[in-house]
Every structure is written in structure tokens, then in C-alpha cells.
Design a protein around this ligand. Structure first.
Ligand code: CTP
Length: 214
């Protein structure tokens, strides 16, 4: 059993010292990787991680990445013999269209930064998905949670999506706790109430793996 988990934010460079990023702490992805190793101690768990400040879970191999482009390359390198891919990373959707070499100096004028799309990692990987592979995504939303999550699951050919309402302050980004509704491509729906990310990771993974072993 090989489980690949992505975690944390990506950083998209503006110049030598500045970047665009987001508030992802990486905790949900790190908890999922720890759960993967706990459930499959003899298997391989790979954690493709954006820049975060968290201890590496025991027995997990970490592949550190910075940008969405780096994360795509790392996922491509790990995916061919993987059984499960869980994309818990908060991948930046846009990056500066040009990276300034060195440090941008300020001027008296306003500044306009042109952004271009980053690759959609799950969408690209879904094109080379094998029938027996299980792909899991996260949908962080502040409104129309379930409808948008189902739409993402279909568009990215996922087997499961964890719909994550990030509007309340007590869950999701930068929080120790989370609550999700796990939706299956087969129409299944499991509501996990607010709990620690460690507990939630184990419940999500147990549900996903019970489907494989049936
Ligand atoms: N994702 C990805 N590559 C991206 C953006 C997102 O693989 N460039 C993955 C995330 O890791 C997550 C899922 O796609 O598992 C949904 O991410 P989300 O940001 O909620 O959806 P987007 O497709 O980016 O849509 P939007 O930002 O419009 O909500």
C-alpha cells in the first residue's frame, strides 16, 4: 500500500524575497499522513509538503516543495505506483506571470502585479488516473459547500471529496480542529462533526480504506 498526501500552502514567487501564499498550516495533511502510516505500518506513506512548520510524522517520507509547479512535478513522480492520493494542500490558483530577478525596488507609483493560472494538479493527474487508484480532494468553501464540492469531485474525477466549511473561525485554516462532510462519487455522504484534525484524519482514512478492502 502506497499513500501519497499533499499538505500545506504553496508559495508563488514575486521576486527574490517576496511571494504569494495562503494561510494553510499543513495540519490536516500531516495528520492524514500520520494516520496513513498508523493504518499501514508496512506500506509507504509519502507527504509532499509545501512550506510549513510542523514535525514530520514517524515513518513518513517527506518531499518538500515550494510552488504549485513543484508540487505537480512531485505528485507526478510519486503517483504511478500509489494506491491512494489525498490532496489536502491549499494550492495557489495564481502566480505572478513573471518573477522579478533580485528585489523589486519601490517607486512613487502604485504597482500592478499580473497573475497567471497555476496548473490544477488534481485535474492534470486525473488524466493519468488508473482504475484502481483512489483520489481524494478537499473543497474549502465559504458558501454553497456541498454543491461546489460535488462539482469539484466530478470535474477532477475524484472518488471522494472532503467538503470543508471554512467560514466558522473554529475550524479549517490555521485551526487545530476541523469538521468535514465526506462525499463519495458513489453518492455516499458522511458528516464528521468538529474534532481534532488527528481524530478526523483517522476517520476519513478509515472510511476511504474500508471501501478498498471490501
Ligand atoms: N487543487 C489542485 N491544484 C490546484 C488547486 C487545487 O490540485 N491548482 C486541489 C486541492 O488540493 C483540493 C482540490 O483541488 O484537493 C480543490 O481545491 P479548491 O481550491 O477547493 O478548488 P479549486 O479547483 O482551486 O476551485 P476554486 O479555487 O475556484 O474554489
Amino acid at each position: 500500500m502506497k499513500i501519497v498526501v499533499t499538505a500545506g500552502p504553496t508559495r508563488e514567487k514575486i521576486d527574490h524575497i517576496r511571494y504569494i501564499s495562503n494561510r494553510s498550516s499543513g495540519r490536516m495533511g500531516y495528520a492524514l499522513a500520520a494516520a496513513g502510516k498508523k493504518f499501514c505500518p508496512d506500506g509507504e506513506t509519502v507527504l509532499i509538503s509545501g512550506p510549513v512548520n510542523l514535525p514530520i510524522p514517524d515513518g513518513v517520507r517527506v518531499v518538500p516543495v515550494e510552488s504549485a509547479e513543484d508540487m505537480l512535478a512531485a505528485v507526478k513522480a510519486e503517483i504511478s505506483n500509489a494506491n491512494i492520493l489525498i490532496m489536502a494542500a491549499a494550492v495557489a490558483d495564481y502566480r505572478p506571470a513573471t518573477v522579478f530577478p533580485g528585489k523589486i525596488k519601490k517607486s512613487g507609483d502604485d504597482m500592478v502585479l499580473k497573475l497567471e493560472r497555476t496548473p490544477d494538479i488534481l485535474f492534470e493527474i486525473s488524466q493519468i488516473k488508473k482504475p484502481d487508484q483512489i483520489f481524494v480532494g478537499f473543497a474549502a468553501e465559504t458558501e454553497e459547500l456541498i454543491g461546489r464540492a460535488i462539482d469539484k469531485m466530478r470535474r477532477k474525477k475524484l472518488d471522494w471529496i472532503a467538503a470543508n466549511d471554512i467560514a466558522p473561525a473554529d475550524r479549517g485554516f490555521e485551526s487545530a480542529d476541523n469538521a468535514v462532510t465526506l462525499l463519495g462519487a458513489n453518492g455516499e455522504r458522511v458528516d464528521f462533526p468538529l474534532m481534532s484534525k488527528g481524530e478526523l484524519a483517522e476517520k476519513i482514512l478509515a472510511r476511504i480504506m474500508s471501501g478498498i478492502k471490501k
